[in-house]
Design a protein around this ligand. Structure first.
Ligand code: ADP
Ligand code: MG
Length: 275
């Protein structure tokens, strides 16, 4: 059995504004194993970023539970949650300006991540350079973000996110602001980091090409995980109460239009038929 790293149990997230409540997550269950390389995909507004922020301890769920091993994030105080993030999680956002400080060089951006952890300056410099080498920027230590291409800026962002050796790298649309070729190059880097460094990678995206290039893709719709694609094919998700969602495409293809279906066991297989 693979070791489960993160467990989401019935996550609900409700955003309240003055006159409106939005239910971004509606009882989402998800288990993520150590070392996974996965993507969460879904339409705009389907709750991907909300899920990523809850996974990263930046937002708290309105209901439901998220645990890392034996640690229940709900039970941590704000300070404890902040310490937890620092120790275990690296973030990469779509816009480089959310990841990097414009007035610092690539090397300084990475090394500043370690400033508050009592790491001596010489060691910080060595670690920053090593990480920039790792992401393929061994010749750009002294470049400021404005001197780098979009793809290079994302590479620095990744080096920055890896500075504290997190267990998990969480990325929100990391290829959203670059062209197709650059996106493919970044995807190669993600895979290499996962395989060679063993870091668990969770990407949320609506980029289908990126979603195809991971080992596991989960689809989020109506605030829940609906289908999953693993390397050996596509699966529907069976929830804890025993419910399965039939997609609109599947229902149409099978000519199912009523709100009731008949489920029979025939020769050891389940057959679903229209009323
Ligand atoms: P995605 O990343 O898939 O586009 P989000 O998680 O950003 O989706 O948003 C899911 C839903 O929650 C959307 O309807 C969005 O408008 C709403 N939402 C997200 N963040 C907030 C917020 N801070 N306040 C109010 N509504 C929000
Ligand atoms: Mg989003």
């Amino acid at each position: 059995m693979e070791e489960i790293l993160i467990k989401c149990d019935g996550l609900v997230k409700i955003y309240k504004t003055d006159d409106l409540e939005v239910m971004a997550l509606q009882g989402l269950d998800l288990e993520i194993s150590k070392g996974e390389f996965m993507a969460v995909v879904g339409k705009s507004g389907s709750g991907k970023s909300t899920l990523l922020k809850i996974l990263g301890g930046l937002e708290r769920p309105s209901a439901g539970k998220i645990t890392y091993g034996k640690t229940n994030l709900n039970e941590l105080s704000e300070d404890e949650l902040c310490a937890f993030r620092n120790e275990h999680i690296g973030f990469v956002w779509q816009k480089s300006s959310d990841n990097l400080l414009t007035y610092m060089t690539a090397e300084e951006n990475v090394s500043i991540e370690l400033t508050f952890f009592g790491v001596p300056a010489k060691e910080r410099k060595e670690r920053a350079r090593k990480l920039l080498d790792l992401v393929g920027l061994g010749d750009r230590y002294d470049s400021y973000p404005s001197m780098l291409s979009g793809g290079e800026q994302q590479r620095v962002s990744i080096a920055t996110a890896l500075a504290k050796s997190p267990d998990v790298l969480l990325m929100d649309e990391p290829t959203g602001a670059v062209d197709k070729k650059t996106s493919e190059e970044l995807q190669e880097l993600f895979r290499r980091l996962n395989e060679e460094q063993g870091v668990t990678i969770i990407i949320v995206t609506h980029d289908e090409q990126l979603a195809k290039n991971v080992n596991r893709m989960v689809m989020i719709s109506d605030g829940k995980i609906s289908t999953e694609r693993l390397l050996d094919g596509e699966y529907s998700v069976l929830d804890k109460a025993g419910r399965v969602r039939l997609s609109k495409e599947l229902r149409m293809a099978a000519g199912i239009s009523s709100t009731r279906v008949k489920i029979d066991l025939k020769d050891g297989r389940l057959v679903i038929e229209s009323e």
